[in-house]
Design a binder for this molecule. Structure first.
Ligand code: CTP
Length: 391
């Protein structure tokens, strides 16, 4: 792993003594560590100890929370600071740094098992997970107070390994050009009406953000997003299937990967009424004509980018998704069941199966950001394999 600047937050729990070892391991690996120790933590292990291990002068830096870092790890994380993270409360250097930090944040909770199991804590855990904060532990075991259960902080070596994993991810797609499409197309009927679909663009946006976090140069072809578009990517608006076709086909030649998360209309009105169509007493009969299948067109090109398609099927249509992999000559198809209300279209979470040419992998229901991570892990693996074959 390359050398990084790492903020280590320590909050007030008995497990604070184990964080000394975490700081030691990080420093030994060559990292530049900045300890952020709360007053509560200082009651267990003196702040000076962490500074000594980090080989820094213990000083009151007014702006320590604004230090730009590659990684922020909070270990141990108390129930109290967990609640602050969940609600954006910033009342000390450590919690202020959590708001200001722009990279991966890893937390290692440690608390009494009953506190961990409480519904308030679990709601806070769900909230920080959905925001992309990574959790490690807590583990099951005997607590300092003698109680048994889930609440022990993970071992420093495990936290260190998790840090190494997150730092490696930052560079996983370095130098790769990733073209992501997101949203859903709108096919005009007249100047004010359209035929559209329910795709919000959340999944595609999560993919674009995650690819950027992993070092890729990202272009996002965005069709009518109902969620905010991410920063740090090239944004190309495309409203209709024809727009998506034009923008994607032109840009795909320069890309290493094309991710087709956009829901493209398969049909569009054959005729678009100029102005606003007035109401009359008769029926309005529409004729729909097929659009170009963008993914299929890309698949027909030789030596093109790695292709990732989505298969939104209703009711157990995994076989159709498998068929799409071969028919469209994609490298990976992400299957999701759109008949379920709790996942997929317009929801925060997704549950998918990644269908590759060499096997399948199921990703259990989890926030779309984590699904994006799993998809990009697979993409990175396929890119490396292709490099090995001398693509
Ligand atoms: N797709 C595309 N161009 C289209 C339609 C779909 O590039 N005109 C892409 C989508 O972005 C997605 C994949 O093809 O990555 C599969 O889309 P889906 O709508 O599930 O499949 P279809 O091939 O349209 O088949 P069907 O609607 O019959 O399931």
């Amino acid at each position: 792993m390359s050398v990084a600047k790492i903020l280590v937050g320590v909050t007030g729990g008995i497990a604070a003594y184990k964080s000394c070892e975490l700081v030691r391991l990080l420093v030994k690996a060559g990292h530049d560590v900045v300890p952020l120790v709360t007053d509560g933590a200082d009651r267990f292990v003196r702040r000076e100890t962490f500074f000594a291990l980090a080989r820094r002068e213990p000083r009151e830096d007014l702006y320590a929370h604004l230090t730009r870092a590659d990684l922020y790890v909070i270990a141990p994380l108390t129930a109290n600071t967990l609640a602050k993270l969940a609600h954006g409360i910033a009342d000390n250097l450590l919690s202020e740094a959590a708001l200001a930090h722009r990279g991966p944040l890893l937390v290692a909770p440690a608390m009494n098992p009953r506190m961990w199991a409480s519904s308030a804590t679990q709601a806070n855990v769900a909230a920080i997970r959905a925001r992309g904060i990574e959790l490690i532990g807590p583990d099951e075991g005997e607590m300092a107070e003698g109680e048994w259960g889930v609440g022990r902080m993970s071992e420093p070596e495990e936290i260190f390994e998790a840090c190494a994993g997150l730092l490696a991810k930052r560079e996983q797609l370095l130098g790769r050009r990733v073209l992501v499409t997101a949203g859903g197309t709108r096919e005009p009927l007249d100047d004010v009406r359209f035929v559209g679909n329910r795709s919000s663009g959340r999944m595609g946006v999560a993919l674009a953000e995650e690819a950027r976090r992993r070092g890729a140069e990202v272009t996002l072809v965005a069709a009518n997003l109902t969620v905010p578009s991410p920063g740090g990517v090239e944004l190309v608006p495309a409203s209709t299937a024809a727009d998506v076709e034009r923008e994607v086909l032109a840009r795909a030649v320069d890309a290493d990967v094309v991710v087709m998360a956009v829901a493209v209309a398969d049909y569009r009105p054959a005729e678009v009424v100029a102005g606003k169509r007035g109401k009359d007493t008769g029926a309005w009969t529409l004729e729909l004509e097929p659009t170009t299948d963008v993914l299929r067109t890309l698949g027909e090109r030789d030596g093109g980018p790695l292709l990732v398609g989505f298969a939104a099927e209703s009711g157990g249509g995994i076989d159709r998704a498998r068929q799409k992999l071969t028919d469209k000559r994609a490298n990976l198809v992400v299957f999701n069941d759109v008949s379920r209300e709790d996942i997929g279209f317009d929801s925060e979470e997704n549950e998918v199966t990644l269908i590759g040419r060499d096997g399948e992998r199921r990703v259990e229901k989890t926030p779309k950001r984590a699904v994006a991570g799993a998809i990009l892990d697979e993409v990175a693996r396929l890119l490396e394999e292709a490099d090995g074959r001398g693509r």
